[in-house]
Write a protein that binds this ligand. Structure first.
Ligand SMILES: [Cu+2]
Length: 101
């Protein structure tokens, strides 16, 4: 009886572990600095372009910080591609300084 519930507990634990590993591996979150955005129309057009990109799951624009926070499926789209999409809207991605993390 005792060993049966132990097996069950282990199975449940493994299921939860695999599910969270799977989620971590697929969805990535990147904060990208964007130059030239001055109003909500600017952030709106960047947001629209990002959301139209395959693999992008969530976009949060921050006008004050001039940032786009993007959640995306790493297997479908890369951060480099997201930067390309933003640059394509006419705004300019600020490349991260090599010494900053
Ligand atoms: Cu604007």
């Amino acid at each position: 009886m005792k060993s049966k519930s132990l097996v069950l507990a282990t199975a449940v634990f493994l299921m939860i572990a695999f599910t969270s590993i799977g989620a971590l591996a697929v969805t990535k979150k990147s904060t990208i600095r964007v130059e030239g955005m001055t109003c909500s129309k600017c952030t709106g057009s960047v947001e629209k372009a990002l959301k139209a990109t395959a693999g992008v799951e969530k976009v949060e624009m921050n006008l004050e910080r001039k940032e786009a926070v993007v959640e995306y499926d790493e297997e479908k789209v890369t951060e480099a591609k997201l930067r390309e999409v933003i640059n394509g809207t006419g705004f300019k991605v600020v490349e991260a300084k090599p010494d900053s993390q």
